[in-house]
Design a protein around this ligand. Structure first.
Ligand code: CA
Length: 234
């Protein structure tokens, strides 16, 4: 709630290049975040067993682990799956970005990046994950199959709880609030990354694909409107 004293958000940063690690840490601290710095994934994973951050910034090329594997491991584990992850990557190939998003990362930032851009991404992802956790309780039911509790950030398909990333959750919520409405990829990106326009259209397709997979039998409710975008059809 605004106005109340609230604890600083904690960000774990995993990056083996000391200059980049320092750059990220300094800028996030300046923006009011608590930052814990890790030069490899192993020690970060150890810390996770004791305390969880509000967000993880994860380099893909690490000396001890492949960042994609780390992302996959965390997203598969119920205890950590809801911690947003932003991947940092020198590989700008679409393939790695798409793979990372498929594994459940919430966003990515290609190197080199400006500190301003980084802080904007962190804010956007935290805003999204906060938006999904706070607010008054609201239940959205779609076709008697999907139940979305926007206060608890819970989605059930035919009564069974499923785990979505904050991005998938926001897309599903958006589509479910107005069944029949078609959202273009641009519109979906606009709502998710309000100030970030340089995100591939393809990333929306990947989030939608993951969302459909996780929704199982209810996944077919999300329809692709050829050449336009997506909608929920009852
Ligand atoms: Ca690296």
């Amino acid at each position: 709630m605004n106005g109340k004293t609230k604890a600083k958000k904690t960000v774990f940063v995993v990056e083996d290049e000391p200059d980049i690690l320092a750059l990220i840490a300094i800028n996030l601290k300046k923006s009011g975040y608590d930052v814990e710095e890790y030069s490899e994934a192993g020690s970060m994973l150890k810390t996770l067993e004791k305390r969880a951050p509000d967000l993880i910034i994860l380099d893909l090329m690490l000396p001890d682990h492949d960042g994609l594997d780390v992302c996959k491991t965390l997203k598969k584990n119920d205890a950590y799956s809801e911690i947003p992850i932003i991947m940092v990557t020198a590989k700008t190939e679409e393939f790695d970005i798409v793979l990372g998003l498929e594994l459940g990362a919430d966003d990515y930032i290609p190197k080199p990046f400006s500190p301003r851009e980084l802080v904007a991404r962190v804010k956007a992802v935290l805003r999204r994950s906060k938006a999904t956790q706070s607010h008054t309780s609201k239940q959205i039911t779609v076709a008697d199959m999907i139940t979305i509790d926007t206060a608890k950030y819970e989605v059930r398909v035919q009564g069974k709880k499923i785990h979505l990333t904050s991005t998938e959750f926001m897309i599903l919520k958006m589509l479910s609030e107005k069944p029949g409405w078609v959202y273009s990829r641009e519109k979906i990106l606009d709502l998710l990354w309000s100030d970030e326009k340089d995100v591939y259209d393809r990333t929306v397709d990947v989030h939608i694909k993951n969302l459909r997979d996780k929704l199982g039998p209810a996944g077919r409710l999300i329809k692709n409107v050829r050449g336009v975008g997506y909608k929920i059809e009852l």
